[in-house]
Design a protein around this ligand. Structure first.
Ligand SMILES: [Zn+2]
Length: 354
């Protein structure tokens, strides 16, 4: 989802790139470029171009401050961003939350603000506090997609997607030919983590595993980082913090319990990809990143490719290693950066639309 540009005295959607003008109508000095990537654990800040140094601060989030009220946490976030933005800056903020880019409204983010479900107009709050700054807010997965697309574009590429598997799961797809990231009338796209998990595995059928959103048997219930821990416990394994270290080691050692756990957790992701390719044959490249992909590395990639190699019906004949090699790109740590994506979002903003 997302991409709201909120300007001084404006607040409506506007095309990207127009510099603010003085009352006399003459362009002011070149505005400072400021970017932030706001997550549940860290806020990363950068003033200047893509090569400028990055400052990392602890996020004023529910995750870091479970004792603070949502009102206080939101106020702290506004304060942090407003303090950091240089005078008259163009600010591009990648935000780890569901944001309606049409209105700038944040629907919710469990790591930042817990279960608070009432909409919050962050763009208006920033604009009200620092009207000299031009604020652009984009969802972090949209920002990651823009960064991925910028670094992996090649001739003939029609649509490109980015799938993040970490504490949550989300997908964004961009149309490179038209420079668009289509969204629905709520400003959202690809919140697939909260769709029902497609699985035929007996261990997971109507398993009742709760998602972070509170509903049972979502894709994120099974296939996110916390989802893998839930499935591990369902299999009688230790789903605690030790799992992160045990699982790659056990997979490397060929432990059948670890292999089954990975098979079960990847199954719904493989089904989702089959559906995606069935409905969108022009999706030419998909990046996969996030903590789950980074933590499990080749174990994850090999198992996903193995499952996708199997034919499930005449509609899904199974994908060859060559076919998959051309379409799936597993992204290591640091290769896709939402902060960089936020700084690159400008030319995409007019195309993030229903
Ligand atoms: Zn959910």
């Amino acid at each position: 989802m997302t991409g709201v540009k909120t300007t001084a005295g404006g607040g409506s959607r506007a095309s990207a790139g127009s510099a603010p003008r003085t009352s006399a109508g003459t362009p002011p000095q070149e505005a400072a470029v400021f970017a932030a990537d706001v997550g549940g654990t860290w806020v990363r800040l950068r003033t200047g171009g893509l090569d400028a140094p990055v400052e990392r601060l602890s996020s004023p989030s529910r995750l870091n401050h479970p004792d603070r009220s949502v009102t206080r946490l939101r106020e702290d976030m506004i304060e942090l961003l407003c303090q950091a933005a240089p005078r008259g800056a163009h600010a591009a903020i990648s935000f780890g939350a569901a944001i309606d880019h049409l209105s700038g409204t944040v629907y919710g983010s469990a790591p930042l603000w817990g279960a608070a479900a009432e909409p919050f107009d962050l763009g208006a709050a920033l604009r009200g506090r620092r009207p000299d700054v031009t604020w652009q807010l984009v969802n972090d997965v949209s920002a990651a997609l823009v960064d991925f697309a910028a670094t992996h574009t090649r001739p003939g590429l029609r649509r490109v997607g980015y799938l993040t598997l970490s504490s949550g799961i989300a997908l964004r797809v961009a149309d490179l030919e038209r420079l668009r990231i289509p969204v629905d009338e709520r400003g959202l796209q690809g919140e697939i983590g909260h769709l029902p998990a497609m699985t035929t595995a007996p261990e997971l059928r109507r398993a009742g595993l709760l998602c972070e959103c509170g509903a049972p048997d979502h894709l994120a219930s099974v296939s996110s980082g916390p989802g893998i821990a839930r499935v591990a416990e369902r299999l009688g394994l230790d789903g605690g913090p030790a799992l992160t270290q045990w699982l790659p080691e056990a997979l490397a050692a060929g432990d059948p319990r670890a292999r089954r756990l990975l098979e079960l957790c990847i199954g719904p992701v493989a089904h989702m990809l089959r559906t995606l390719w069935c409905l969108d044959p022009h999706l030419d490249l998909l990046g996969l990143g996030g903590g789950v992909i980074e933590g499990l590395g080749a174990h994850y990639a090999d198992e996903l490719r193995r499952q996708l190699g199997h034919a499930t019906s005449y509609a899904d004949p199974g994908r060859s290693p060559d076919w998959l090699a051309g379409r799936l790109l597993f992204c290591g740590p640091g290769t896709v950066d939402a902060l960089r994506g936020a700084q690159r979002i400008g030319r995409w903003l007019p195309g993030i639309a229903p």
